[in-house]
Every structure is written in C-alpha cells, then in structure tokens.
Design a protein around this ligand. Structure first.
Ligand SMILES: [Fe+2]
Length: 265
C-alpha cells in the first residue's frame, strides 16, 4: 500500500474525526492525520468523545498522556529509550488492552525511529500457510502469558470477536517476558519471526504534526532504533477504549489461504 493511502491532511484537530479519516481507519486499521502543528494535550484528551475512554498506561500522567522521549526516566520502559521496539500491541500485559493507539509527533529530528506497522491479517495468513495447528494453538485462551514490570496477563494471541472478526494481542521483546503454554510456545516463536519479517512490515516516518491512529486489535506497531544524540525525538501517546461516539471497525477478517481484507500490507 502506498503511503498516500493512509495519510489525510487536516487543518485542525477537533473532537471528531473527518469521514475520510474514519474510512482509512476502517479500511487499513490505521490513519495518519497530517496537521500543520502538533495538537495540544487538551485537543488529544478531547478525542475521548469520538474515540472513547482513555486507557491509562503505568507511565501516563493523570491526563492519560505518556511522553515518548529517550530521557531514560523512568528506566525499564522502551518509551524512554532509543532502542528498537519490535512490533507489538499496546497493553498486551493487561487483561483489557486499549483498542486504539494514538501517537502524536512533536519532534522528529533524530536519525532513525521510523514507525513499523504490521497487518495482523497478513501475519495470520502467513502463520496459516506454515500450518493450521500454529494458528489454532495461538487461539487458545492460555496461548500467551505476558509480564511487563509486574503487570501480567494470560490470553489468546488471536481471539475471535464479534461477527467474523479476530483481534490480535502480541508482545515479545527484551524488556518484558512472554511465555507460551506447552502447546503454544513453538507457535509464539514462529509468530515473533513472522511479525519481524521485512516483507510484512510497512515503514513510515512520522514528522512534526503527524498523528498516527492505529487499531490496536488489527495492526502491530513498533519502531526502529534511533540515534538520540542526532536530534530531538518526542511523541505523545494516548490510548483509547474505542467506545466513543465515532463508529469504528476493530479487528481483522481472518483468512486461511486468501488475502486478508482489513490489511495494511
Ligand atoms: Fe506501543
């Protein structure tokens, strides 16, 4: 997919989303709003109206916003480091993860730090091509146990949700622990390889004023390593529960042998 497919120019961010942005989100599971200037914290918080309740991260302030900047403080979080962050879903260590990830780019002067986006539909299909048993074991309710700084959740990597849609949950990196059950540990290793396969990854560089919105149940996101000494890089992150006024479609249509529909790749 060309980058123009998921980018929408916007003069200002109100507490609603334009139809064009909703259509991209529902088609691709993601949209980048290109604004002349980064939105204020108040404008981001006001998105609770269309996008639903804010989901609070361990590191977010009382307003629900987390600063992603390599300050090293607090330690142990990839959001305060310049390291590579492999593709993941947010809140994978929580029994109720958020449905929406928002990243607002305030400064993008450092070298590196590209956003990496992976369609769960494409991951699902590739896993199915490697063996249906892999997919089945990832649907088991105890397929994944993820522990990040004492927050632990045991769940399926792929969960069937309303209608024929499936949602994804996944995280595996050096700063959290991901364990499989006896039946799923091999499948988790294979899934980790698949989400890192370059041909399934869509890379984009966020610039100042870009606001990336992701369906956290359909698209995995990550970022490449960056050189913190080469310039400032600062993002604001907010997560929403997706229960707001805006009608959005979540999850992806799982295919086992033909191209996925709700796909970013
Ligand atoms: Fe994330």
């Amino acid at each position: 997919m060309a980058e123009s497919g998921f980018r929408v120019k916007l003069e200002r961010l109100d507490n609603s989303l334009p139809d064009e942005a909703v259509e991209r989100f529902n088609t691709y599971g993601l949209v980048v709003l290109e604004l002349p200037e980064p939105p204020t914290v108040e404008q981001l918080v006001a998105l609770e109206k269309p996008l639903g309740n804010l989901w609070y991260h361990q590191r977010s302030g009382p307003n629900g916003i987390s600063v992603i900047e390599p300050t090293g403080n607090p330690p142990g979080f990839l959001g305060t480091m310049p390291d590579e962050h492999p593709p993941h879903t947010d809140g994978a260590y929580n029994d109720q993860p958020p449905r929406i990830v928002l990243l607002s780019c305030e400064y993008a002067e450092a070298e590196g730090g590209d956003s990496v986006l992976v369609s769960a539909a494409a991951v699902y299909q590739r896993l199915a091509d490697k063996g249906v048993d892999l997919v089945d074991s990832l649907h088991a309710p105890d397929a994944l146990t993820i522990d990040r700084n004492g927050s632990i959740s045991c769940k399926a990597a792929f969960q069937r949700v309303e209608d024929d849609r499936v949602s994804v949950c996944f995280r595996m990196d050096k700063h959290s622990s991901t364990q499989g059950s006896m039946n799923s540990s091999h499948a988790i290793e294979v899934m980790s390889e698949v989400v890192s396969a370059p041909d399934l990854q869509l890379r984009t560089t966020l610039k100042r004023g870009d606001v990336l919105l992701i369906d956290n149940s359909a698209i995995l996101h990550g970022r490449t390593e960056f050189d913190a000494s080469s310039g400032r890089r600062r993002m604001l992150r907010a997560n929403f529960m997706g229960n707001g006024e805006q009608k959005l479609e979540f999850g992806f249509i799982a295919r086992r042998g033909e191209a996925g529909v709700h796909s970013a790749g």
